[in-house]
Design a protein around this ligand. Sequence first.
Ligand code: GLA
Length: 400
Amino acid sequence: MRMSSLPVTALSAILFFAVQPFSSQAQDVALTPPMGWNSWNYFAEKVDDPGVRAAADQIVASGMKDAGYIYVNIDDTWEGQRDSNGVLHTNAKFPDMKALADYVHSKGLKIGIYSSPGPKTCAGYEGSLGHEEQDAQLYAAWGIDYLKYDLCSFIPEVMEKQAPNDPPAQMRLMHAAYTKMWKALKATGRPIVFSLCQYGWDAVWEWAPSVGGNLWRTTGDIQPNMYSIYANMSLQAGLASYASPGHWNDPDMLEVGNGELTPAENRAHFSMWAMLAAPLLAGNDLTHMKPEIRDILTNRDVIAIDQDKLGKQGSRAYVDGEVEVWTRNLSGGALAVAVLNTGDTRYSTHPFHLYLSRFGLHGPQKARDLWTGKEMELSEGMALELSSHDVLLLRIAVPK
Ligand code: GLA
């Protein structure tokens, strides 16, 4: 039966029941921080259809899928031109987005895409300004499950042009732009994770959930070096109360396996993102991933910290010179503790001393080292040796 031949009351009943389940589905995405892969950090503008298929294949073959990595996210530079009806087409690197989405789905994975509320994306490709509903419908028709929405040209082209020298008015324009895309996504009826990328402007953690954000970048772009990783990590201190199931602070995608990061630095980066309940979006070349990088990305114990169902982000418990101690409350009353050596030149001549009492524990504690898998006993003031930029990540099942 065609919809138009139904009486109005029957039609409203159908619409009511069609729309209702979606509202609950929409709240059900990203109940734990999204895990997957994103093309930008390694491939940047070189991302293409075969590369995304290869990433999906590798997520399965490497065991990453079994470890929880589900989203295969295409970042910037997939966009082509709009036709005379305003419909956006892919560029030559992506001949058939629907077929690509079907392929990713056939692997039991989900697929993400990228756009901007401005006229152009950060890399100068076509943005969604004025075509929000049309683009959201297109994503849904392709079967897209995740959208990263990156402010970029909206700043000069809309905020600065429409509200020159008026930052509060500019921020309101920005909030409205994110709300507009959220409504457009909701109207599709498809659950789509909504990832805000506007670098933390205007205390985004305070308002992102009200514009539909499931995660929101809190910083500028990460780089594959420990200074950038540490800077982004530090900016999460004080944001723990804003994270909860469905709503996550995003210190940016992973650089594990990229650049010149040492094994210690890769471990530290991954451990700290887990402590922060951060999205775990691998950003490396999965096809040429070394086994030691795969082992880091698939460490189940560390992933279990990140994905803990309580969704409580960790906090910096104390700092002693170059050593930082972060703690995270986990379900079942357990506690994760990360001890991070941020220094470049600290040696065993000056070991670090761990003071359990500084985060409320009293007396010896049994803990598991999540990188060696060994059980250990912690005691007040115990000496710890950590090489430069390395981490000790512990799980205390029954803290006392
Ligand atoms: C911005 C974002 C990056 C990436 C690029 C793509 O810089 O912050 O994560 O998406 O745009 O152009």
